[in-house]
Design a protein around this ligand. Structure first.
Ligand code: AMP
Ligand code: ZN
Length: 109
């Protein structure tokens, strides 16, 4: 499949992961919109928010637990951070992913 995030996940495009589990990977956004800009990307190809099914509960819980761990690792608890999921025309890579933005940000993602 011609999906850039699938290629990153299967190693076709080399990328160092900040974190990896059986079901997701975390790597820095190539064009950061904030001091810290990480992408949390499920390994399974899910196109976007509209493709999240009723069996996605465990995956979504793991995404937010991973966010909490990253927030701790980067000492963001008392700083500014937010999680963004773009959909529709705001989404540019058609593989479900969550942005974690921390510190000062430069623009909307
Ligand atoms: P979105 O608009 O929510 O689909 O965001 C896609 C994000 O993926 C953008 O912030 C891009 O900068 C980022 N991105 C695209 N290609 C890569 C890549 N090869 N490695 C890391 N981040 C990427
Ligand atoms: Zn994909």
């Amino acid at each position: 499949m011609d999906c850039i995030f699938c290629k990153i996940i299967n190693g076709e495009i080399p990328k160092e992961f900040d974190y990896e589990s059986d079901s997701l990977v975390v790597f820095p956004d190539i064009n950061p919109s904030a001091d810290l800009h990480l992408l949390i990307v499920p390994k399974k190809h899910i196109g976007g928010i509209r493709d999240i099914g009723e069996n996605s509960g465990n995956l979504l819980a793991e995404v937010y637990q991973t966010v909490n761990q990253l927030v701790k690792d980067h000492n963001l608890s008392d700083n500014l951070y937010r999680v963004v999921l773009n959909g529709g025309k705001a989404q540019h890579v058609p593989h479900l992913h969550f942005h974690l933005l921390g510190g000062n940000w430069k623009r909307m993602v």
